[in-house]
Design a protein around this ligand. Structure first.
Ligand SMILES: *Cc1c(COP(=O)(O)O)cnc(C)c1O
Length: 341
């Protein structure tokens, strides 16, 4: 039994998803003629109560398109120091949009409205870059799957309105936050100028993301996606997987969250573990007491039992639960953990 807990991106399509893909009606989406892509885009827009959506090959491309839409070269966006758009999109912010990032020292990837306000450069002070965009991430990836307090998100919206800033949500794992906090997706649709979501994480699709916003913005997004090389042809095969995932794989995220919490409970009982960060969704970040066991030895012991997890640097380790992590694997994994610790 191979157990891969390095990310929720490692999942394979389920038989039901494969069936949906095999029977998909497709056309050429570059001509906007693919009925499955059109159906997915309408479905995602409706889910958030927004006007329009666009299907993307990756979450990075959806985020990069949003940033390009909301900024001009030389300007600056505000994000947390842990933000995916800053850390894990290959410097695309500067490469694609000629924009710099003002990094906020937040808590587990989350900033306060006050911190955001203090990070805005005065617009009449022409020596500094013009602040034009705030990007937030929910759930936070590097922050260990933490969920924002919706009230704080509203306060940041007020700061954006007051200072004429656009507001983008990197919602790669927004599904997890919606399930964990029982929130209404339409409330998010009302709050943000644009939202990106991933189908290839917790929802278990092989490929795909979407960007959601108003109609005019998505018309512009279509052009930027083309420039970035993201126009796809019979992508309805992939869109059908995403439709299937939205219908069948959102509610079950609660199972991933329960298993993550149970793993956390076991880790907390182990002598070799120094710290487990709070667990709100499907990501567990923890640190070993390396005077008792080196992280590399711990990883090797897991490998001997065919279990993979990943190091995050600075002594931190990460476990991510997902659709392909079954109850049988879970029981086995907890037993192995107890035998090591
Ligand atoms: C995975 C992820 C993305 C998108 O990554 P891709 O690999 O380009 O699909 C964006 N933001 C966050 C927070 C992510 O975890």
């Amino acid at each position: 039994m191979e157990i891969n807990l390095i990310s929720d991106t490692v999942t394979r399509p389920t038989p039901g998803m494969l069936e949906a893909m095999m029977t998909a009606k497709v056309g050429d989406d570059v001509f906007k003629n693919d009925p499955s892509v059109n159906a997915l885009e309408a479905k995602v827009a409706d889910f958030f109560g927004m006007e329009a959506a666009l299907f993307f090959p990756s979450g990075s491309m959806a985020n990069q398109t949003a940033i390009k839409l909301h900024t001009q070269p030389g300007e600056q966006l505000i994000c947390d120091k842990y933000a995916h758009v800053y850390n894990y999109e290959g410097g695309g912010v500067s490469f694609n949009s000629g924009v710099s990032c003002k990094l906020v020292d937040g808590n587990r990837g989350m900033m306060t409205a006050t911190q955001v306000e203090q990070s805005i450069n005065p617009p009449d002070f022409y020596h500094s870059p013009l602040t034009s965009l705030v990007c937030i991430e929910n759930t936070t990836n590097k922050g260990g799957g933490a969920c924002w307090d919706f009230e704080e998100l509203k306060k940041i919206r007020a700061v954006c309105d007051k200072n004429h800033l656009k507001y983008h949500l990197d919602g790669a794992r927004l599904w997890n936050a919606l399930v964990a906090k029982k929130e209404d997706p339409k409330a998010y649709g009302k709050l943000f100028d644009s939202i990106s979501v991933c189908f290839s994480k917790g929802l278990g699709c092989p490929v795909g993301s979407a960007l959601v916003g108003d109609k005019k913005m998505m018309d512009s997004a279509l052009r930027i996606r083309k420039v970035l090389g993201g126009g796809m042809r019979q992508s309805g095969f992939l869109a059908s997987a995403a439709i299937y995932a939205m219908d069948n794989h959102i509610d079950r995220l609660a199972e991933d969250h329960r298993r993550a919490a149970e793993i956390g409970e076991v880790l907390n009982t182990l002598d070799i573990i120094q710290k487990v960060e709070p667990i709100e969704t499907n990501i567990i970040i923890f640190e070993l007491d390396e005077s008792k066991m080196l992280a590399s030895d711990f990883l090797n012991k897991l490998e001997e039992n065919s279990i993979s997890i990943i190091g995050m640097g600075q002594g931190k380790l990460r476990i991510v639960t997902h659709l392909d992590y079954t109850q049988e694997m879970h029981v086995y994994f907890l037993k192995v953990l107890q035998s090591i610790g």
